[in-house]
Design a binder for this molecule. Structure first.
Ligand code: C2E
Ligand code: MG
Ligand code: MG
Length: 766
C-alpha cells in the first residue's frame, strides 16, 4: 500500500513538473512575444511621433490653439507635441513617456518631457552608462530594453528627429510591461503550489490512513501469527535462519535470537539431519515449495520434537532466489497419538506383545526371507494349561496378571530378533528366526528353546491371592516347509499344539502332515456341531427308571441324540468327545436343560415325573453353569426336587468341588454319582460331598455273567453303596437275571433295556 502511494506521488511529480515547466515556458514565450510586439509598436510609434514632431516643429503656426500666440513659438510647439503624445497614448492605450532632448557640446539638454521630473541636462563624459538618450546622440535609432538616466529599466525607442537637432525618446517601464506576466506566473505558481499542497495533504491523509490500516493489519497479522502454535521462519540461500517468530521458544525451547544464524539441520539429530538434507536437496535445487516435510528436532531440554515443515521460495526483482519462508508445526502429540493408535492396532494391549495381525505380517515376511536366504525358521504356538481355571476361579484381573507375567517370561526366553505375540486369551505365538537350512539342526535348537519356555512358564506365579502353577502345550511348525502363507503356518502349529494338549501338559509336538488331516477333520466336525446348535438338530431321548420291587416308573434319564442331516441319528459317544474338545460342553448342557424345561415345565406343567440330567465335567467346573442354573430357578417355576443332576464319578474325582454340589443341593436338586466304580481311585471323596444317589456303572452288571470274581466285586460295591445310605440305581439291566441279582444285592432303581430303551419324548409322553 505504502509503495503504491509513493509511486503515485512520484507519478504526480513527474506530471506536475513538466506541466509547470510548460506553463513557465509558455509564459516566457508570451513575454518574449509581447516584448517584441511592444518594441515594434514603440519604435513605430516613436518613428511616427518623430515625424509628427518634425512637422510640428516646422509648421508650428498651423496649430490653432488660442493661447499659442501668447507663448513663444517653441513652447507652443512643445505643447502641441505633448498634446499629440497624450493623444497618441490614449490611442495606444499605453503609458509611454517621452522626452525630447537636444545635444550641444558636451551636454544633452532636455527640451520637452511628458513628466516634469526630468533633469534639465546631462553632462556627457566617459562614465556615462548607455541610456537611451546617450545612445541616440551616439547616432543610433533603435528600440531596446535599457536603463534610463533615472536607472529604471525601460523599453525605450530613441530616434533622431529628422531635420532637427532633437532626439526623441519614448519609453515605458519594463517592470510595468512584465508585471502581468510576473503576476500571472506568481498566481500560477501559487495556484499550483496550492493545488500541490492540497494534493499533498490529501495524499498524506490517505497515506496516513493507509499506514494506519497497514499497521493495524500488520498488528493483526502478527497477533495471528503469534497466536498460532506454529512458528514462522525465513532462511537465506545458505539455509541459515534470518527470522524466526517467537513461538520457537515454546516449541524448541530456544529464544529466537539463539536460532538466528543457525541452520535447521543444527537442531536435528545427525541421522535425521542427513535424511532431511537429502529430502530438501532436490526441492531447493528446483526452487520448489517445501510441502509437508516431517523432521525430528531436539528440544533445548533434550527431548524430541516432530515438526511439519512447509515453505515457499522468495526471489528478488530479477528473479534470483533469496531464500525460503515458511511455517513449522509441532506435530509431536499427533505423532505420539498416531504411534499409540498404531501400537493399539499392532500390539496386544494387555501384554505389550505383538498381536495376531502383526505376527501374521511378520510370518509372511519371514516366509519370503527364509525362501530368499535358504534358511529354516519356526513358529511356536503355545496354549497355557490350567489358565482357564485360574481365570474363572480367581477373576479376570488375576488372570490378566498371570498373562502379563507369562508374556514377560516369554520375552526373556527369546532372542532380540524373535517375535513374541499373544493371539488369543491364553494363546501365544513365537516366531523364531533360524540360521541353518537343515531342519534337524533347527529342531535341536528349538528343543532347547522350548525347554526354556516350558520351565519359565512352569515357574510358580506369585500374585497377591497366592501362588499359581501353570503349564503350557506347544506346537511347532517350520517356515517355509509347513506353509506358504501365515494362515497355514499358524494353523499347522496350532494343530500340533492341539496334539500336544491331548498328550498331556507341558509337551511340545512338531507338526506333521497326519496331524493336519486330523485337524482338518476336527474343523469340519466343529463346524457341523456349531451348525447343529444353530439348526436345532439335537433331540432328547428319555429312558425310564423303575422301582426294583414294583417295576413302576420312578423317573427318566434324559439322553441326547444328534439328528444329523446326512448321517442319521448319532449317539453321544460319536459326538460328545468333540463337544468337549471344542469347548461346547457348557453350551450343550444348557441346551439340554432348556429342552427338558420346555418338555416338562411348559408342556406338562403339573407332571410329577423325576428327570435325571447328565452334567458334563466342563460345566461342573464352570461358574457360568451354576450361575445359569441359579438364574433359571430364580426366574422360573422349576420343581427342583424332581430333578436329579448326574455327575460322573470321574469328574468328581478330578475336580472335587463340594461347593458346586452344595449349591446345587441348596437349590433343592438331587445329586447322583454316575458311572460309579469306574474311577479306580480312592473312595475317600465320598466322605467329602453330599449326594442322593449312586448309579452303578453297567460294566459291573455286564461282567457278572463272565466271572465269579466280577460278581463278587459287584456285590461288594452294591453293599458299599447301601452302607453309604444312598439310593442305588443299577443301569444297563438287560436281563431278568441281572435284575434279580441287583435286586438281591440292594439296588433300589433299575434302568436298562430290560424295561425300555431311551425313546423320543413324543413316543413316551404323547
Ligand atoms: P450315562 O449317563 O451313563 O447314560 C447311560 C447310557 O447307558 C446311555 O447311553 C444309555 O442309552 C445306555 N443304556 C441304558 N440302558 C442300557 C442297556 O440296557 N444296555 C446298554 N448297552 N446300554 C444301556 P447313551 O445314551 O449312549 O449315553 C452315553 C453317555 O453319554 C451317557 O452315559 C452320558 O454320560 C452321556 N450323555 C448322554 N446324554 C447326555 C446329555 O444330555 N448330556 C451329557 N452331558 N451327557 C450325556
Ligand atoms: Mg447318566
Ligand atoms: Mg452312566
Amino acid at each position: 500500500m505504502r509503495t503504491k502511494n509513493a509511486s503515485f506521488l512520484v507519478l504526480f511529480l513527474k506530471v506536475m513538473i513538466p506541466v509547470c515547466i510548460v506553463i513557465f515556458s509558455f509564459s516566457f514565450f508570451l513575454l518574449q512575444k509581447a516584448t517584441a510586439e511592444k518594441k515594434e509598436t514603440i519604435y513605430e510609434s516613436t518613428l511616427m511621433l518623430s515625424h509628427m514632431i518634425s512637422n510640428v516643429a516646422k509648421f508650428d503656426r498651423e496649430f490653432s490653439l488660442e493661447d499659442a500666440f501668447e507663448r513663444d513659438a517653441q513652447q507652443a510647439t512643445l505643447y502641441q507635441i505633448k498634446q499629440t503624445f497624450e493623444k497618441f497614448n490614449n490611442i495606444q492605450k499605453s503609458q509611454f513617456e517621452y522626452y525630447i532632448a537636444e545635444k550641444s557640446d558636451k551636454k544633452i539638454k532636455f527640451i520637452a518631457c511628458s513628466t516634469d521630473n526630468k533633469p534639465n541636462e546631462i553632462i556627457l563624459n566617459k562614465y556615462n552608462v548607455k541610456t537611451p538618450i546617450i545612445e541616440v546622440f551616439s547616432g543610433k535609432n533603435s528600440v531596446d530594453i535599457l536603463y534610463n538616466h533615472e536607472h529604471k529599466k525601460v523599453f525605450a525607442a530613441y530616434i533622431k528627429i529628422p531635420e532637427s537637432n532633437w532626439a526623441l525618446v519614448v519609453e515605458e517601464s519594463y517592470l510595468e510591461h512584465i508585471k502581468p506576466f510576473k503576476e500571472s506566473a506568481v498566481y500560477m505558481s501559487v495556484i499550483i503550489l496550492f493545488i500541490l499542497s492540497i494534493i499533498y495533504f490529501i495524499l498524506k491523509y490517505y497515506e496516513q490512513k493507509n499506514m494506519q490500516l497497514i499497521n493495524e493489519t500488520e498488528h493483526r497479522y502478527k497477533n495471528l501469527l503469534e497466536s498460532t502454535h506454529n512458528w514462522i521462519w525465513e532462511v537465506d540461500t545458505e539455509g541459515k535462519y534470518t527470522y524466526v517468530s517467537k513461538q520457537v521458544e515454546e516449541i524448541l525451547g530456544y529464544k529466537a535470537q539463539e536460532i538466528i544464524g543457525k541452520s535447521p539441520f543444527d537442531l536435528m539429530p545427525k541421522d535425521e539431519a542427513l535424511r532431511v538434507k537429502r529430502a530438501f536437496k532436490k526441492i531447493i535445487e528446483n526452487e520448489q515449495e517445501i510441502i509437508n516435510i516431517e523432521n525430528i528436532n531436539i528440544h533445548k531440554n533434550g527431548h524430541e520434537v516432530v515438526l511439519l515443515t512447509n515453505g515457499t521460495p522468495f526471489f528478488n526483482a530479477t528473479g534470483q532466489l533469496l531464500g525460503y519462508r515458511g511455517v513449522d508445526r509441532d506435530i509431536t502429540d499427533e505423532k505420539n497419538k498416531q504411534k499409540e493408535i498404531e501400537h493399539l492396532a499392532y500390539y496386544d494391549l494387555l501384554t505389550g506383545l505383538a498381536n495376531r495381525k502383526t505376527i501374521s505380517i511378520r510370518i509372511d515376511e519371514e516366509i519370503s526371507y527364509t525362501q530368499r536366504n535358504e534358511i529354516v525358521s519356526a513358529l511356536i504356538y503355545m496354549d497355557l494349561d490350567g489358565f482357564k481355571f485360574i481365570n474363572d476361579s480367581l477373576g479376570h484381573n488375576h488372570g490378566d496378571k498371570v498373562l502379563q507375567i507369562v508374556a514377560q517370561r516369554l520375552k526373556e526366553c527369546i532372542r532380540k530378533f524373535d517375535v513374541a505375540s499373544r493371539v488369543g486369551g491364553d494363546e501365544f505365538i513365537v516366531l523364531v528366526r533360524g540360521k541353518d537350512k537343515d531342519y534337524k539342526k533347527c529342531q535341536i535348537v528349538l528343543k532347547g528353546l522350548i525347554h526354556r519356555i516350558i520351565n519359565a512358564v512352569n515357574m510358580p506365579i506369585d500374585i497377591e491371592n497366592g501362588v499359581n502353577h501353570i503349564g503350557v502345550s506347544i506346537g511347532v511348525a517350520f517356515i517355509p516347509k509347513d506353509g506358504d502363507n501365515a494362515n497355514d503356518i499358524i494353523k499347522r502349529a496350532d494343530s500340533a499344539m492341539y496334539k500336544a494338549k491331548q498328550m498331556g501338559k507341558n509337551r511340545a509336538v512338531f507338526y506333521d502332515k497326519y496331524l493336519q488331516e486330523e485337524a482338518d477333520k476336527h474343523i469340519e466336525i466343529k463346524n457341523e456341531l456349531v451348525n447343529a446348535f444353530n439348526n436345532d438338530e439335537f433331540v432328547i431321548y428319555y429312558q425310564s427308571q423303575h422301582d426294583v420291587d414294583t417295576a413302576e416308573v420312578r423317573g427318566y434319564e434324559a439322553l441326547i441324540r444328534w439328528k444329523h442331516n446326512t448321517k442319521g441319528i448319532l449317539m453321544p459317544y460319536e459326538f460328545m468327545p468333540y463337544v468337549e474338545k471344542f469347548g461346547l460342553s457348557l453350551e450343550l448342557d444348557k441346551y439340554v436343560c432348556e429342552k427338558i424345561y420346555e418338555h416338562f415345565y411348559k408342556l406338562r406343567q403339573d407332571d410329577s415325573i423325576n428327570i435325571s440330567i447328565n452334567i458334563s465335567a466342563t460345566s461342573f467346573e464352570d461358574p457360568e453353569f451354576i450361575a445359569y442354573v441359579e438364574e433359571k430357578v430364580k426366574n422360573n417355576d422349576v420343581r427342583t426336587n424332581q430333578v436329579t443332576l448326574e455327575i460322573t464319578e470321574d469328574t468328581l474325582i478330578k475336580n472335587l468341588d463340594a461347593s458346586f454340589i452344595n449349591r446345587i443341593r441348596a437349590l433343592g436338586f438331587r445329586v447322583s454319582i454316575d458311572d460309579f466304580g469306574t474311577g479306580y481311585s480312592s473312595l475317600s471323596y465320598l466322605t467329602k460331598i453330599d449326594f442322593d444317589e449312586i448309579k452303578l456303572d453297567m460294566t459291573f452288571i455286564h461282567a457278572i455273567q463272565n466271572s465269579k470274581k466280577d460278581e463278587e466285586i459287584c456285590k461288594l460295591i452294591l453293599h458299599m453303596c447301601n452302607e453309604l445310605g444312598a439310593n442305588v440305581v443299577a443301569e444297563g439291566i438287560e436281563t431278568r437275571e441281572q435284575l434279580e441279582f441287583v435286586k438281591k444285592e440292594g439296588a433300589t432303581i433299575i434302568q436298562g433295556y430290560f424295561y425300555s430303551k431311551p425313546l423320543p419324548y413324543e413316543e413316551i409322553f404323547s
